[in-house]
Design a protein around this ligand. Sequence first.
Ligand SMILES: [Zn+2]
Length: 162
Amino acid sequence: MVTETRLSPAIVEALSIGALPDVQWKMHDDLCDCIYQRIGMWTNPYLAETLEVRMCCIWAKLYEQFPDQVRTIPAFWDYNREQWVTEPAEWNGEDEMPKPIWYRQLARQQNRSVADIRIEYAAKDELRPKGAPKPEPVPLFVRFGGEWVAINLQGGFGEEGT
Ligand SMILES: [Zn+2]
């Protein structure tokens, strides 16, 4: 008995023209101009199918239909101080600033579109803020029951000293 395998036209086409994507959609992939890039991804080995959805782009189209239910506020909500901050903060990460965030920060600072900034600054990557490694924490030694113990102030107890 011959088992007949039926492939859908979409699979036949994908295999024949090599249309399986090389690039996966990811958060901060800069493949769209949305400020907050959000991707939905579901994949299953038993179904051999992956569903990727650019939620951010779909949401943007939804937002247009409900303008009275959406507001874009030109400020960061500082949840520690409970106040609005209207100036974009300087990059203070340990690694260099991710390009998608840099492009969007420049767009905000220069009141230009992300697409416009991306074209100009793709060739000026040397201007992208570099990371600043955090200094090593200095251990604090305290005496516990006659023994010196190092305390890492960021992470509890460390190795014993002498
Ligand atoms: Zn998008």
